[in-house]
Ligand binder design. Structure first.
Ligand code: KG4
Ligand code: ZN
Length: 347
């Protein structure tokens, strides 16, 4: 089966072709970062309009990069939620229209399930059951996966998502949007400087909600702590910025690691999958690998952040198991709890 995957839930237009026999064929990704940079965050209306502009030419570009045409497709998978409603509608209506025109099935994909499954595109696949840490710009969740498609929520953020906290801290430090990679780079600079001088991190931020049992997270206090530190030391030098970024990253990562350790123990599942934009973070990967009594699995960095390949893959699994439909009804969902999904093969 050859599946076209379409991702338009936020500020990336991602398209990919996945073949159930041959694997990932190719993908294209267009990031709207420059469009939103001046605003310090995603402007939903601008995002939707840009998806409209890009989606058809990018589909053509993807096909041109391969030996395939639209007629070779067996199905289309598109992100139907969670995400920005206007942006989701662009991908969904495009997918539904092409599916109807070609007479091939289309299938609505859950964006976070696609993130969760992305590490399975790798040769080294996590055995079931596994715990998944989903850390993106909109979500921070710990999930127990006993079978693919069936997700038991173990814990989640009661306020900001981890990626959101990275982005907000970056904004306080005057780093470019999106903030996660900028904070990570600044933290690396500070760490290298500290190593040269033989000194410890200058600041220590709290590890929220780690002093009580449970698997929920809270990241908004960390952002407030960063704000107070910024205010105390303003005007900030470049070195101050790097030091604050390091303290924030150390605290955010250690908090995630503590909860992952608990989750793996509680679930008695010695395999941990990390997925979503923040799973590209090197400190998080290294610390989990060093400190957890579990095997850690993650996708290559370009498949951690939003992309069409993960949508094509998740869609292919569900299309293969349950089929899709050629109807023109569009059901996009800004919010969509992951544990509402049926197990793959059960729908
Ligand atoms: O999964 P994603 O691309 O989009 C959503 O579904 O939200 O995640 C984007 C988030 C942003 O908050 C971004 O700052 C963060 O992932 N991110 C990172 C890194 N790369 C991306 N955070 C920390 N370290 C990184 N290297
Ligand atoms: Zn995402």
């Amino acid at each position: 089966m050859l599946i076209l995957g379409i991702e338009t839930s936020c500020d990336e237009t991602g398209l990919a072709l996945y073949d159930t026999e041959k694997g990932l064929i190719d993908q294209v990704l267009y990031s709207q970062v420059d469009l939103h940079a001046d605003y310090g965050g995603v402007v939903p209306e601008l995002a939707s309009r840009d998806h409209v502009r890009k989606i058809a030419p990018l589909t053509q570009q993807l096909l041109d990069q391969t030996e395939y045409t639209l007629r070779d497709l067996d199905g289309i998978a598109y992100t139907a939620g969670p995400g920005l409603m206007g942006a989701l509608l662009v991908g969904a209506s495009y997918a539904r229209t092409v599916s109807w025109a070609l007479g091939i099935p289309a299938l609505a994909v859950h964006h976070m399930e696609a993130h969760l499954l992305a590490p399975l595109l790798d040769e080294r696949k996590p055995p079931l059951p596994f715990v998944a840490l989903l850390v993106s710009g909109g979500h921070t969740q710990l999930v127990l996966v006993r079978e693919l498609g069936s997700y038991e929520l173990l814990g989640e953020s009661v306020d900001d998502a981890a990626g959101e906290a990275f982005d907000k801290t970056a904004k306080l430090l005057d780093f470019d949007y999106p903030g996660g990679p900028a904070v990570a780079k600044a933290a690396q600079r500070a760490e290298a400087r500290n190593a040269q001088l033989g000194i410890d991190s200058r600041f220590r931020f709290p590890r929220p909600m780690t002093d009580r049992p449970g698997l929920d997270f809270s990241f908004s206090g960390l952002k407030t702590y960063a704000l107070n530190t910024v205010q105390q030391h303003s005007p900030l030098s470049d070195i101050d910025r790097d030091d604050i970024a390091l303290a924030f990253e150390e605290a955010a990562v250690e908090t995630l690691v503590i909860k992952c350790r608990r989750a793996v123990k509680q679930a008695r599942a010695p395999h941990l999958v990390i997925a979503g934009g923040v799973s590209a973070n090197q400190r998080l990967r290294q610390q989990l690998e060093r400190e957890l009594d579990a095997e850690v699995y993650y996708a290559p960095p370009q498949l951690c952040t939003d992309n069409g390949a993960m949508i094509a893959y998740a869609g292919a699994l569900r299309l293969q198991a349950n089929g899709g439909d050629t109807g023109l009804a569009i059901n996009t969902r800004a919010r969509w709890p992951l544990d509402e999904l049926p197990a793959i093969g059960d729908a």
